[in-house]
Design a protein around this ligand. Structure first.
Ligand code: GDP
Length: 697
């Protein structure tokens, strides 16, 4: 396979922007599906309905990766899940793709999830094209959307097309590189007609072309000089500069149309081939197995050791299906590969390439490709290699769960089925956690939001036919230090037998904002004051005890512990003695840091008709919320962003419905942890004490 002719791309979008519709059109024009499903146009459905819809339509398109051919190029289309609560899956898919299409609604513009996805794309340096969809809808305005891209995403946009008419008059697009008009005719828009730019749009097209060239000139001296000298600029040069601006400098070329009305999709595919990176353009670094601090580049060559990453796991009637991206070497059917995390060997006896509606058995696949392995056992995110202890791919950023809920199976038989379901979901989704409450013995599930948990409960019921009840959702609080405190703690126990001696000096303090780690341990102990082998024991002691903070037994986060000095005893110091020393030290000194309880604060985006705006905002403020932004579109719809404590949001969906006569919709995602006001902190601590008393009886 020639890697120059491979594209691994994803489509990401705010829900309802038309990602599914666009994917479907792409598969249709590439000849992978033969019929376009008729789902009504426009997008005002509530998102729960949309979930069902996605599930129903999922059969044809929502496989984790689908292969298609476009004009000789092999495109792997990787699904990026629709809802914000599943950001971990989005992150994981962004990790394996080389480029992306960001779909934006021509009316809504840059909405909350586009912002999240944009952050994630930046995190993984994924070059992308934007596609402004739904230009046929009332209120569509591609200029506003381009402006949104500039202002809200700080994107360097290069507008490559302008529409021929918008709203009901939307007929096609003008390609500013060729200065040609394109119309999409025939029943499904599959007959493309090229024509001269309509006279009434000629001036607008010329201006837009000039703007496009000026934007591109920022990335190329050659183009800049031609532009200044007013000399002709070749199409090849424009393509070349656009490609490198997009891949190397994060510029965003913008395309447009209407997926639903079959306009502009084929030109978007041409652009994918022209401008998005090949697997050769993206350097992927792996961490050395024996020294994770050190990284080395993976090379997409077939004679190197095989390295691949399992990025999505799906249960299938025939066993586990593991979607894998090959980063280096060649994956071959029948070979044994090492799971780098567990060290276990697995035989890869069946490899398949997924097409939208069928799977094709293959014997091998090369670096750069995306395929699925059938019947192996592993967790999502695992790295495999032909060599033992070779490398691991950078671990993914996994946010902490913010909400938890008890799940209570009806009886023993249901408990067994439940355990099976939970085991599987946990494997697929690291943000979905399962544990047993040590006080009540209940099984608790924890996740990124109420909807996240609701969806899993629903899947447990539907797919595993488990009869269960759920407890009320509960917020996952945290505890954190308020200020730096120095410590000096000595453990000295010499009652009979061998004694226990440990002594540590240093300080603990809150970790500054912007650092992702929740616990940082540093040792600045100079040679020998505490023998090297005990330093990990000290760390281990702290790690074990910060699970339960002193205020109300919530996990302690954002804590840095620095050990500067200490002492030991030849006979009485041991691993255990130092572990206990740090635990005692924590118990004694952490309360002196003026700790407080933190609560998850959610970013809530509400859309509703303008005249409800005041009521909605007032209601949010009564819930300790803050207004982040608020705007009203030309369509009379107010879009507001708030930050609100999760604890106040459990019945929000019903409240919003009542307040807006069913015309409001909202989304929320975790934003950050924030300090709880002192009266609420007091309530939380008291509630915790009360529950412990109940638990004790
Ligand atoms: P997703 O949530 O991003 O996957 O969005 P869907 O593809 O499910 O589309 C959401 C709704 O918008 C559906 O009712 C689609 O039929 C509709 N839709 C998608 N693309 C367009 C478009 O170009 N124009 C119009 N008018 N509606 C569209």
């Amino acid at each position: 396979m020639n890697l120059e002719q491979v594209r691994n791309i994803g489509i990401s979008a705010h829900i309802d922007s038309g990602k599914t519709t666009l994917s479907e059109r792409i598969l249709y024009y590439a000849g992978r599906i033969h019929r376009i499903n008729e789902v009504k146009g426009d997008g005002d459905g509530a998102f729960m309905d949309n979930m069902d819809l996605e599930r129903e339509r999922g059969i044809t398109i929502a496989s984790a990766a689908t292969s298609l051919q476009w004009k000789g190029t092999h495109i792997n289309l990787i699904d990026t899940p629709g809802h914000v609560d599943f950001t971990i899956e989005v992150e994981r898919s962004l990790r394996v793709l080389d480029g992306a299409i960001l779909v934006l609604c021509g009316v809504g513009g840059v909405q909350s999830q586009s912002l999240t996805v944009d952050r994630q794309m930046k995190r993984y340096h994924v070059p992308r094209l934007a596609f402004i969809n739904k230009l046929d809808r009332t209120g569509a305005n591609y200029k506003k959307v381009c402006n949104d891209l500039k202002v809200k995403l700080k994107a360097d946009v290069v507008v490559m097309q302008i529409p021929i008419g918008q709203e009901t008059n939307h007929q096609g697009v003008i390609d500013l590189v060729q200065m040609k008009a394109y119309y999409f005719e025939g029943k499904e828009g599959d007959e493309i007609r090229e024509a001269e730019v309509p006279a009434e749009l000629l001036d607008a097209a010329k201006t837009a072309r000039q703007e496009m060239l000026e934007a591109l000139a920022m990335y190329s001296d050659e183009l800049m000089e031609l532009l200044l000298a007013e000399e002709p600029i070749s199409e090849e040069l424009i393509h070349k500069v656009t490609r490198s601006a997009c891949i190397e400098s994060n510029a965003t070329p913008v395309f447009m149309g209407s997926a639903f009305k079959n306009k502009g999709v084929q030109l978007l595919l041409d652009a994918v081939v022209k401008y998005l990176p090949t697997p050769l353009d993206r350097a992927i670094k792996a961490k050395k197995y024996d020294n994770p601090e050190e990284t080395f580049p993976l090379v997409p060559e077939t004679d190197k050791p095989f390295v691949g990453m399992a990025f999505k796991i799906v249960d299938d009637p025939f066993g586990q299906l593991t979607y894998t991206r090959v980063y280096q070497g060649r994956i071959k059917k029948g070979e044994l590969y090492f799971n780098q995390r567990t060290g276990k060997k697995e035989r890869f006896s069946r490899l398949v390439r997924m097409h939208s509606d069928k799977r094709e058995e293959i014997d091998a696949a090369d670096a750069g490709d995306i395929i699925a392995v059938m019947g192996i056992d592993c967790a999502s995110g695992d790295t495999f290699s032909s060599e033992q202890n070779y490398c691991s791919l950078e671990s993914m950023y996994v946010p902490d769960p913010v909400i938890k809920q008890a799940v209570i199976p009806a009886d023993r038989a249901n408990a067994d089925k439940l355990a099976k379901a939970l085991q599987r979901f946990r494997k697929e989704d690291p943000t979905f956690q399962v544990f047993t409450d040590s006080e009540t013995n209940e099984v608790i599930i924890a996740g990124m939001g109420q909807l996240h948990l609701e969806i899993y409960v629903e899947r447990i019921r539907r797919e595993y036919k488990v009869d269960l009840e759920v407890g009320d959702p509960k917020v996952s609080y945290r505890e954190s230090a308020g200020k730096r405190v120095n410590f000096d703690h000595k453990r000295k126990k010499q009652t009979g037998g061998s004694g226990q001696y440990g002594h540590i000096k240093g300080y603990m303090e809150p970790i500054e904002d912007g650092v992702e780690e929740n616990f940082i341990f540093e040792s600045k102990v100079v040679q020998g004051r505490i023998p090297k082998e005990y330093i990990p024991s000290i760390e281990k002691g702290f790690r074990a005890i910060i699970d339960k903070g002193p205020l109300a037994e919530f996990p302690v986060v954002k804590l840095r512990v620095v050990i500067e000095d200490g002492s030991y005893h030849d006979v009485d110091s041991s691993d255990m003695a130092f572990q206990l020393t740090s635990q005692e030290c924590f118990r004694e000194y952490f309360p002196q840091t003026s700790p407080s309880i933190l609560e998850p604060i959610m970013k809530v985006t509400v859309e509703c008709p303008e005249h409800f705006q005041g009521a909605v905002t007032g209601h949010i403020i009564s819930k300790r919320g803050l207004v982040v932004s608020s705007e009203t579109g030309s369509d009379g719809i107010a879009r507001m962003t708030f930050e609100v404590p999760l604890a106040e949001l459990f019945s929000y969906s019903g409240e919003l419905r009542n307040m807006t006569q069913g015309q409001g919709s909202f989304e929320m995602e975790f934003a950050h942890y924030g300090k709880t006001p002192s009266n609420i902190q007091k309530d939380i601590i008291e509630a915790k004490k009360a529950s412990q008393l109940v638990g004790a009886h």
